[in-house]
Design a protein around this ligand. Structure first.
Ligand SMILES: Nc1nc2c(ncn2[C@@H]2O[C@H](COP(=O)(O)OP(=O)(O)O)[C@@H](O)[C@H]2O)c(=O)[nH]1
Ligand SMILES: [Mg+2]
Length: 460
């Protein structure tokens, strides 16, 4: 298939100082010459140059822009690529893009630049996803994971796993050829050990997957406690400047507010009962306010109790009920009790039932730093534990491929242990390798590609 030349505005629509238009493909330079008649010879690669850009048909001046030419394959797409940094706004970028089209370019499809980069081997599929994630990132932890993934942190590990499997296959091929009476070059025992090492490596990656997926949306964190204990105040204090993005839940049961905050760089979706029903409720009903439909899906619960007060029957019952989710006991309104007021209420009585105890004041801000410290440690312990540059599995696609690979290696090891002939055992390695190859995009499956690139919009 003939490769054509594509163009699009790669910056976000709207009014900004600058807009970047990318032109990629075999005719990129020719198109530039048609737009910049003043340009005598080919521009020096990678040198930003101010140029007059004109309409290719009647020569009318459209903009003065900084133009950079990247000679393929040393460009984002791997093709000849021209970047036009023109003035932003509603009209100029569209005029310049229109001129590129009349000069011979086609308007790019969503994700087409990155797709070309992938097809030319500039990026593997895991890196392609990292680009989408980097652009999406709204918290530092996810940003770090995406950047590490773009730098091939995860890819390098997957490549190494695949090579280990290919290596095992090669050794086994040797075994198959080997006459039985001689000692084999590598003892089977050693092959089993290597398979175990591969399994351990896969497990280490998979261990980050549940938390890695949480980095995308944030850990669902439910504030629970009696009315008036200070849940909403704590919610607002933690939301801080991000208060503006508090949204009221759509739908009929409008009983909760949600805000996504970064605590220690990690994302949390805080859920607060909105207190919309309080006015209608009889005074004697002072049960624990909590949004049950969130509780079932919660990653963390903050049970709020006023500092210095004893923990009630109901709070005990609540602690008994909540299972499978870590609960942090938050002693609120610490400014209202003497600073030396022991461990308070609760500490000793509920120790063992809670994942941690904190004392906060929404009024003075006391203890909020501890919240920012403890919550990431509780929810993101696996990610916090790995060194900052260790890869994190952030997508279901990665986790599924790794699990498929794991299953194959596990069966391989079991087959060897069961004394099956090496050539039989080794049939389990191939599907494991295929899973890793698909993950990287070494072998491309069209619907996998479509799913990955569906996230991209025009200009990427
Ligand atoms: N002294 C003090 N009062 C607080 C603090 N947090 C909340 N309050 C007060 O406690 C009352 C109930 O707070 P609110 O956040 O609405 O509690 P909620 O019903 O649990 O959501 C309000 O009058 C707040 O001003 C705090 O840290 N210190
Ligand atoms: Mg409230």
């Amino acid at each position: 298939m003939e490769i054509d030349t594509i163009a699009s505005v790669s910056t976000a629509p709207g009014v900004g100082a600058l807009a970047v238009i990318r032109v990629s493909g075999p005719e990129a330079l020719e198109i530039l010459h048609r737009l910049a008649p003043g340009l005598a010879s080919a521009p020096e690669a990678r040198r930003a140059t101010l140029m007059d850009l004109c309409d290719p048909d009647h020569g009318e001046l459209l903009d003065r822009a900084v133009v950079t030419f990247y000679a393929g394959p040393a460009s984002y797409t791997g093709e000849d690529l021209v970047e036009l940094s023109c003035h932003g706004g509603r009209l100029v970028p569209e005029l310049v893009l229109g001129a590129c089209v009349r000069a011979g370019a086609r308007r790019a499809d969503p994700g087409e630049f990155t797709r070309r980069a992938y097809l030319r081997g500039k990026l593997d599929l895991v890196q392609v996803e990292a680009i989408a994630d980097l652009i999406e990132a709204r918290n530092r932890a996810f940003h770090r994971a995406a950047l590490g993934q773009l730098e091939r942190g995860l890819s390098a590990r997957i490549v190494a796993l695949r090579e280990a499997l290919v290596g095992l296959e090669a050794i086994l091929a040797h075994h198959i050829d080997f006459p039985e009476e001689d000692d084999p070059p590598v003892p089977l025992r050693r092959i089993e050990e290597r398979a175990s090492e591969v399994l351990a490596d896969i497990d280490a990656l998979l261990a980050t997957a549940p938390e890695g997926e949480l980095l995308r949306e944030g850990a669902l964190t439910v504030l629970a406690g009696r009315p008036n204990v200070g849940k909403s105040s704590l919610f607002n204090a933690l939301a801080g400047e991000e208060r503006a993005i508090v949204t009221e839940e759509p739908g009929t049961t409008r009983d909760a507010l949600e805000v996504v905050v970064q605590l220690g760089g990690f994302p949390f979706r805080l859920i607060d009962t909105a207190g919309l029903r309080e006015a209608d409720e009889p005074v004697e009903r002072i049960g624990i306010e909590v949004t049950h439909r969130y509780l079932e899906r919660a990653d963390l619960v903050l049970l709020c109790v006023p500092a210095g007060e004893a923990i009630s029957e109901e709070e005990h019952a609540f602690l008994e009920d909540v299972r499978g989710v870590p609960v942090v006991l938050v002693e609120t309104k610490s400014d209202a009790v003497a600073p030396d007021h022991g461990e308070g209420v609760s500490g000793s009585i509920v120790a063992g039932k809670v994942a941690g105890t904190l004392r906060t004041s929404a009024r003075t801000g006391q203890g909020l730093d501890q919240v920012r410290h403890l919550l990431p440690e509780l929810v993101y312990s696996a990610v916090v534990a790995v060194s900052t540059d260790a890869p994190v599995v952030t997508r279901r696609r990665h986790a599924e491929a790794l699990r498929t690979a794991r299953a194959g290696v596990e069966e391989f090891r079991a087959a060897l242990e069961a004394g099956l002939p090496p050539e039989v055992a080794s049939t389990h390695l191939r599907p494991a390798e295929t899973a890793l190859e698909e993950l990287l995009g070494v072998i491309s499956v069209e619907d996998v590609l479509d799913a990955v690139f569906a996230e991209f919009c025009v200009g990427k």
